[in-house]
Each structure stands twice: as C-alpha cells, then as structure tokens.
Design a protein around this ligand. Structure first.
Ligand SMILES: Nc1ncnc2c1ncn2[C@@H]1O[C@H](COP(=O)(O)OP(=O)(O)OP(=O)(O)O)[C@@H](O)[C@H]1O
Ligand SMILES: [Mg+2]
Length: 321
C-alpha cells in the first residue's frame, strides 16, 4: 500500500487572551490507500482540531503554525483557496462532528447533493440526478428522499445523508469526526457496517475520530492515541489493544469494558490534561501517570518506533536493530 496522506510535524494554535494554546503539537503520520486509521483520546486532546487542519478548514482563532499535509504528493498547506476547492469533495471529503447540523434546512437533500456535483463536475442534469439517487441508495436511503428536507428525515438518516454527500464524487479519503455519536447503538453499528462495506467496494481511506472503542476494535486497521495535542502511541489496532505501551493508552483501554476478555474493573484515569497555554516541560502526561519517573518531569519524550509501532514514553525502549 502506498501512502495517500502524509502529515508532518503539524502544529495548530488557538489564539487566547492568555497566549497561544497549542491544541495540536508536532503530529506526524502516514495514511495508506484504503486504510482505516482511528484516532482516540479524551475530550479536548485536539482530535477535531487536527482533522480541521488536515482538511484545511481551520478558522480564527485557530491557525496552523507549522507542518505539512501532503495529499498524493501535493502539500495542501501551500494551496490557494481556489486550488484547494479542486481537491475538496473530489479527492477528500469531511463529515464533521456536528454533521447533524451541517445540512441546509431550507434545501431538499437532492438539491444539496446536486449543488456539490455542479460545483465540482461538468455533469449534465440527468447524470447528476442519477448519481444523487445512487449515493442515497448506497447508504440505504430511498431515493424518493431526494425531495425531502432535512427535518423530514430521522437523525440517523440525516447522518447517512451526510455520508452519502461525502461519497458523492468518490473521494480517495473520507475524514469523519464522530459521525455516529448522535445515534443509538443499533443505528451506529448499522452505519459503521455500511461505511465498511462501501470502503471495501470503493477502496477509499478513512480518518476516523471516535470515543467508541468497540467501533475502533471492529473497523480500524490502525489506531492513533492522542493526548494534549500529541500522538502518544500509534500502531496496528490489535497491537495497541492487546498490548498498549503508553501508560495513557493503557488507562484508556482499561476504561472500556473488554468485549472478549474477562470482565475488568473500569478504572479510568484520574486528573486532568495539562494547560495547553503553558504546558509542563517534560512529558505532558507525567502529572497523571502511575509510572512516572524523575526524567518524565524534565525531559519531553521523543516518539520512538519499533515494528511499526510508535510510542512517546520514557518507559518504551525499542531494541536497536
Ligand atoms: N475557540 C477556541 N479557543 C481556544 N481554545 C480552543 C478553541 N476551540 C478549542 N480549543 C481548545 O483546543 C483543544 C482541542 O480541542 P478539540 O475540539 O480539537 O478537541 P477534541 O479532541 O476534538 O475534543 P472532543 O472529544 O470533545 O471533540 C481543547 O483543549 C480546547 O480547549
Ligand atoms: Mg472533537
């Protein structure tokens, strides 16, 4: 698998009265074609901000202060808005956390889908209508709903309509920020199965933020754990689940009931993330870490790699090959 997306040393600050808050600091990873990468981490750790930065959708008070986002060899951070428009929807699309509210309440679903087609293709009216009906059918919505307005659809259908819109022009990458969080468990599962089937059929890559570890374990190839704006661990989903190396990943996994293993006591992680305006000098997790050492309070750990797994922790000592 060759790399579709390559993120290097991505940095995003929010301007605040107290100074810049480093919401994303030095994130790097590659996403292969067809790969599903899940991103997890507690609320406020920078997941949505990172996705917005990758999609080049940041707005004030957020701004990218460093790094590159290379999509098929093109650094998106250097493109003008008009050039970016060529890539959005066609090459990559975004289903955001607030997708429920992202549909225009005054336009029918069909009109909204057709707008995207008209803005990004030279298709004629017949082809547009056909394609719009086709994508709705893909997410199991009857094409009769092309005429429906968002308020006439259930929450789950609106969410699926957003996913249909994201797939309209067969992008190579679909970025999703908790697309199922507003749905009940049954609807969540059914939507995820549809996304998975479509991915197998169409071959797109997925960058997926979720709080739901069972979604992660069932659907993602790789897993990135974020803490306070940094990736602290990344590796195959199986490896990170079965044998988390970073104490924070360990805590996160412990906070979720195991689906297969023996019942575990849900411990969670005591304490709060550090200030992003004046972050501590050493490891950002040191103040909450049960295995903290002296070095953790003074030296910021590097992200080290072994066997396709990367970990940012002084406890992790990959064997030099
Ligand atoms: N407008 C803003 N001004 C200042 N700081 C902000 C602003 N928006 C977000 N932040 C800060 O940026 C950090 C990252 O926020 P972000 O929304 O990316 O987190 P998240 O991981 O997506 O959280 P959640 O799981 O709750 O969606 C947070 O600590 C937040 O306080
Ligand atoms: Mg978020």
């Amino acid at each position: 698998m060759s790399s579709l997306l390559s993120v290097r040393d991505l940095r995003v600050d929010y301007e605040t009265p107290a100074g810049p808050a480093r919401a994303v600091s030095g994130v790097s990873f590659d996403l292969a074609r067809g790969e599903f990468l899940a991103i997890v981490g507690e609320s406020g750790c920078g997941k949505s901000t990172m996705l917005f930065a990758i999609a080049q959708l940041l707005t004030y008070p957020a701004s990218q202060v460093g790094g590159t986002v290379t999509f098929e060899g093109v650094d998106l951070t250097t493109l003008r808005p008009e050039e970016l428009r060529q890539h959005r929807w066609r090459d990559f699309s975004v289903v955001m956390q607030s997708a429920m509210n992202a549909l225009n309440p005054t336009m029918s679903i069909g009109a909204q889908l057709a707008d995207v087609c008209r803005a990004h293709t030279d298709w004629d009216a017949a082809r547009i209508t056909q394609r719009c009906a086709e994508v709705l059918a893909m997410v199991s919505i009857d094409p009769a709903h092309l005429k429906s307005y968002p308020f006439q659809l259930s929450g789950g259908m609106r969410q699926r309509a957003m996913i249909a819109m994201a797939l309209l022009l067969e992008p190579k990458l679909v970025i999703m920020d908790e697309p199922t969080s507003a749905l009940d468990v049954v609807a969540q599962r059914s939507l995820m199965r549809q996304v998975q089937a479509l991915r197998e059929q169409l071959g797109f890559s997925v960058l997926f933020v979720t709080h739901d570890m069972s979604v992660v374990s069932h659907f993602s190839d790789r897993l990135a754990v974020m803490y306070a704006g940094e990736v602290v661990e990344m590796g195959s989903t199986r490896a990170v689940f079965d044998d988390p190396q970073h104490p924070y990943s360990h805590g996160l996994m412990d906070a979720f009931p195991s689906l297969l293993g023996a019942p575990r006591v849900l411990t969670g992680i005591a304490g709060n993330p550090p200030s992003l305006v004046n972050p501590p000098g050493g490891c950002l997790f040191a103040a909450r870490c049960a295995q903290v050492m002296d070095v953790c309070r003074s030296v910021h750990p590097e992200l080290l790699e072994e066997d396709g797994r990367t970990v940012r922790c002084h406890l992790f000592h990959p064997v030099a090959s």
